[in-house]
Every structure is written in C-alpha cells, then in structure tokens.
Design a protein around this ligand. Sequence first.
Ligand SMILES: [Cu+2]
Length: 183
Amino acid sequence: MLSLLSFVAVAGLESTVSGRVSLSNGKPASEAIVTLTGAGKSHPLPKAMVDQRDRTFIPHVSVVTVGTRVDFPNNDTVFHNVFTEFHSSKFDLGMYAKGTSQHQTFNRPGLAVIMCSVHPDMGAYIMVVDTPYFAVTDRSGRYVIKNVPAGKYKVDVWHESGAKATQSYDVSGETRLDIPIRK
Ligand SMILES: [Cu+2]
C-alpha cells in the first residue's frame, strides 16, 4: 500500500525546469524564448500587453498562448501605427493617438512580428504557443519554467538573431537544462 501511494505521488510530480541559453560564441542569449511542448493544454492568457513608450515596444519579446488577446496601448507622446506580420498575413491596427489602444487576438501558433509604419526602427516579437510551459530568458540567458509535469517534451528555443535549437527531453524531477543555440 505504501509503495503504491509513493508511486502515485511520483507520477504526479511537477518540477521546475531551468537553465541557461547561450549563443555559439558562448555569450548569454537574452530574450530567447524557451518552450516545452508535451503534456498539458494551454488556455488563453487573461491579460497580455505590448506597450508603446519612448518610440519602443515594451516588451520587445513576449510569449502568449493561442487565443490570447494582446492590447497595444499607445502611452507615448506621438502617434503610432501597429501592424503585425503573422503567417504571412498582416493585421493593421491603423494609426492611433497617445492614450488610446488597439488589440489583436492571436488564434494560431506562430511568430508575430510587430512593426510601426511611422517608425521603422520600432519592432517587437510575439510568439504564440499552444503549450502552458514557456519562458523568456533574462539578460544572463537564464530561464525558469515552473510546475512542469514529468514526461517527454519537445524543447524549442527561438532567438531574434536567428539562432535556435530543438531537442527532446524527458522531464523527471527538478531539471537543469542548459541549451546552446546556433544559426
Ligand atoms: Cu511608432
């Protein structure tokens, strides 16, 4: 009986998967996206936002789950336009003034490139995923993904530079997974 109980406890274990993503020159890959696809269904995030301040989209890189509505408020002092290239199709949210907002719901997985037709140097990325397990690396390339059930996962890493990695990984218990990426 005891052994059966402990087996059930182990089978239901959720772990933290964490590590560091590095570029081929050994430097940390900041704002890299790490996703684990396997067990678990995703739900739309209750809230997601890409802000516009100081002629910059903030955050520059973000991840949302399929079905999430993303708000694009203009909190800048100037007009901005937001258009996104997504699956080769463009959503154009038009020009809009300071203090106003537009939004877009992303219903398919993939990478959305966010641009402003007024300021060509403005850019952001929104990765749309259909897994609840993802993270964006910090300045030192570190990521942490919590509450990951044990099981087999496909691990994908994306970086703005074009460097990436794909591998499979068997999560069982606390996991430290450092991932080198290359173009
Ligand atoms: Cu702009």
